[in-house]
Design a protein around this ligand. Structure first.
Ligand code: ADP
Length: 362
């Protein structure tokens, strides 16, 4: 049978105590009478007459020595045994308590935390466990939140598609190109949502491969301006590029930066009916900033803090209809952060919005 920690602790104390007592008793047993006899001889040399009582004295000494040794061994071992039992029990109590709490945590009680102990090593263990528990609790909370948001987002297009299909099956509506177009639109929306979600989950978990290199972003900006100008309507906003002809190099992943710019420009185009959309570029400290400035509908001050949140849209119903998923800016922010930069927004309702991101200069 394996001995538990408590038994081992107690046993090791016991062994130490037995070794201590045994060496104490044996050494004093060997040396004390000898020393006593030496002492008597020294007295005799100084002129004391001990011849007649010498045996008496030695027997008396041995008797006294035995008595006191027996008592001290008895009292000593009892006290040490009791103390050792108490110490092992105290450590065991803490450990058992810790084990119970970790089991509770493993069983799903995410708020279970270890108490602080008066033993520094155990306290250190508790602190590490508690830190790990807090981070796991955070991950679990985010996971639930994402699943909650996701099911909510997926439900709407699915309900619409099912509605149309059921009505078609029951003959309540006539099949027409218009109905099929609507069905296709909802399906596309679902597809986009699933793609965005996949990208978001990768970005949030940090699995997106980021290939940071020393790059010049000017060619990218020029090609984007060309691409988006082709999409703009005749009477819509104009797209401008305000960029120094020689741009300093930055440390960035060019594909991810393009992804962010496509999202920002896409939003600007979607929310700007007239005026202009300008891409400005400049440097500040050791960073390069790129801003997408529009003269669109703007964002209300109370909504500004939420724009980078997952699934957030200023006008839930309108944007759901227009196809926005509310994930684009969340992904953009994550992509910029993964490249060591940051992204900001300034906006005024009815005046326009400015999304500006920073990337480290090479
Ligand atoms: P979406 O796919 O809905 O555009 P985003 O995360 O890109 O998702 O944007 C979130 C919300 O922020 C949008 O639904 C919109 O309400 C608001 N928004 C983003 N860009 C702009 C802009 N340039 N002007 C006004 N509102 C914007």
């Amino acid at each position: 049978m394996k001995m538990g920690l408590r038994g081992r602790l107690f046993f090791s104390h016991l062994v130490v105590m037995i070794v201590g007592v045994a060496s104490l008793v044996s050494i004093s047993k060997i040396s004390s009478p000898h020393l006593f006899v030496l002492h008597l001889e020294r007295l005799e040399n100084r002129g004391f007459d001990l011849i007649n009582i010498r045996t008496e004295l030695v027997t008396g000494f041995e008797f006294a020595w035995r008595r006191s040794t027996i008592w001290s061994v008895l009292v000593g071992t009892t006290a040490a045994g009791g103390l050792s039992y108490w110490v092992s029990k105290r450590i065991m109590q803490r450990l058992t308590e810790m084990e119970q709490i970790t089991q509770k945590f493993a069983a799903g009680q995410m708020d279970a935390r270890l108490p602080v102990s008066d033993i520094p090593e155990l306290s250190g263990l508790s602190a590490s466990f508690n830190r790990m528990a807090a981070s796991l609790e955070g991950v679990e909370a985010r996971r639930r939140e994402v699943i909650g948001d996701m099911t909510h987002e997926l439900r709407t297009p699915l309900t619409v598609v099912r509605g149309y299909l059921e009505e078609l099956a029951d003959g309540e509506i006539e099949a027409s190109p218009e109905i099929y177009r609507r069905l296709a639109k909802e399906t596309r929306r679902l597809e986009r949502l699933v793609n965005d979600l996949q990208e978001l989950s990768k970005a949030e978990a940090g699995y997106l491969p980021i290939n940071i290199q020393r790059v010049n972003l000017r060619p990218l900006l020029e090609s984007l301006v060309k691409k988006f100008t082709d999409q703009l309507l005749e009477d819509g906003p104009v797209l401008l590029l305000k960029c120094p002809s020689i741009l300093p190099f930055v440390l960035a992943d060019i594909d991810r930066t393009e992804q962010v710019l496509v999202n920002l420009l896409g939003n600007a185009v979607r929310y700007t009916n007239e005026g202009s959309i300008t891409i400005s570029v400049g440097t500040e400290a050791s960073q390069l900033w790129i801003a997408v400035v529009d003269t669109g509908i703007g964002i209300a001050p109370e909504n500004l803090p939420h724009v980078f949140e997952r699934f957030w849209r200023a006008d839930q119903s309108r944007d759901r209809h227009s196809g926005g998923t509310g994930i684009g800016l969340t992904i953009s922010r994550r992509l910029i952060e993964l490249q060591g930069g940051q992204i900001q927004v300034e906006s005024e309702l009815g005046v326009g919005s400015t999304f500006r991101f920073f990337l480290p200069l090479a």
